[in-house]
Design a protein around this ligand. Structure first.
Ligand code: UDP
Ligand code: MG
Length: 309
């Protein structure tokens, strides 16, 4: 008896892709004789995505669907999909076919060989605008430094063993970052390279604003490095202060004291900005703590397809 594969597909305004993705996966996985289920998670789409999922479910028994009460973001959708998935291994992929579905078969085979985590690694980033590319690059540089895990080519395209999924779901925090946490969890890992495909229909859901938010959110939920920047600034500043103390004392004793006025203004500005920046960073972490302490759920499900129909 072959082991079942669950595929989790977060979907936000993907009405054009549901049918197509389900059919493509059906063709590939049936040809390889891999028993599977597809778990579509409708992340509060504003279009007909949920209806398309329900429609498709009527004709295709492999399909299951979860519907959120509003848009909770891709991370939440992945969590919901993982907790609904019933397979012996669970893959997560985008529902716009940018993650090549053939790679799923390779991942499944590696999993059968005993790897518990199979990570998809981007060999190219596909077609993206220049600004998007630059921004993504900076974000990954920052987060790789901050977390100590090379994230520049990491993606959300992964296959996890049941054990790993259960560990992931046990994590108590609200703010999760799937891409980094799956390597934080550990287990024996294999890597598969894939080329990011062109989006077939619809358009990317990321705006500059949402990307910035995503970047800051994930960096702060994964590491305290920005807080250390504050400490570092403080240290540099202390060194400057020592030098300037020496200089002004010297000026004072040599009777030249008034000239230092410019220095004072500059110093005030510098201190002020560093203090405000530091307070901002600390405030951000406190708001994070506040969010976690509230213990709100990661998402709210408003509708879910019945398992037997
Ligand atoms: N997505 C989601 N919730 C969101 C934004 C995106 O579930 O708030 C899903 C989207 O439907 C797609 C995947 O996440 O399946 C990747 O999104 P997109 O293709 O827009 O991102 P890109 O490929 O440009 O990084
Ligand atoms: Mg995409």
């Amino acid at each position: 008896m072959e082991k079942m594969l669950s595929v989790v597909l977060p979907a936000y305004n993907e009405e054009q892709m549901i049918q197509k993705t389900a059919d493509t996966l059906h063709d590939i996985l049936t040809k390889e004789h891999i028993p599977y289920e597809l778990v579509f998670v409708n992340d509060g789409s504003k279009d007909q995505t949920w209806n398309k999922i329900l429609e498709k479910k009527k004709v295709d028994p492999h399909i299951r669907g979860v519907c959120f009460s509003r848009n909770f973001g891709k991370e939440a959708a992945i969590s919901a999909g993982l907790s609904q998935a019933q397979g012996d291994c669970v893959a997560v992929m985008d529902c716009d076919l940018q993650h090549p579905p053939e790679t799923l078969v390779t991942m499944y085979e590696l999993w059968e060989k005993g790897f518990e985590v199979v990570e998809g690694i981007k060999s190219s980033r596909g077609e993206e605008s220049l600004v998007h590319k630059m921004f993504a690059k900076t974000f990954y540089k920052l987060i790789s430094k901050a977390t100590g895990i090379d994230m520049s080519r990491a993606s959300d395209f992964k296959l996890l063993d049941r054990k790993v999924v259960d560990e992931y779901l046990k994590l108590p925090e609200r703010n999760v970052f799937f891409r980094a946490l799956s390597s934080w969890i550990g287990f024996s890992t294999a890597y598969v390279e894939f080329d990011v495909q062109e989006r077939e229909a619809g358009h990317s859901k990321w705006s500059f604003r949402s990307l910035t938010k995503y970047a800051i959110n994930n960096i702060t939920s994964f590491s305290a490095a920005p807080m250390q920047i504050v400490t570092f600034c403080g240290f540099i500043f202390f060194v400057f202060a020592l030098i300037l103390t020496g200089q002004s004392l010297y000026m004072y004793f040599s009777g030249d004291a008034v000239k230092g006025f410019t220095t004072i203004i500059l110093l005030l500005l510098l201190i002020g900005s560093i203090l405000m920046f530091s307070l901002g960073v600390i405030g951000y972490y406190i708001s994070k703590i506040y969010e976690e302490v509230k213990m709100r759920p990661r998402y709210i499900i408003s509708d879910i397809t019945k398992s037997k129909q």
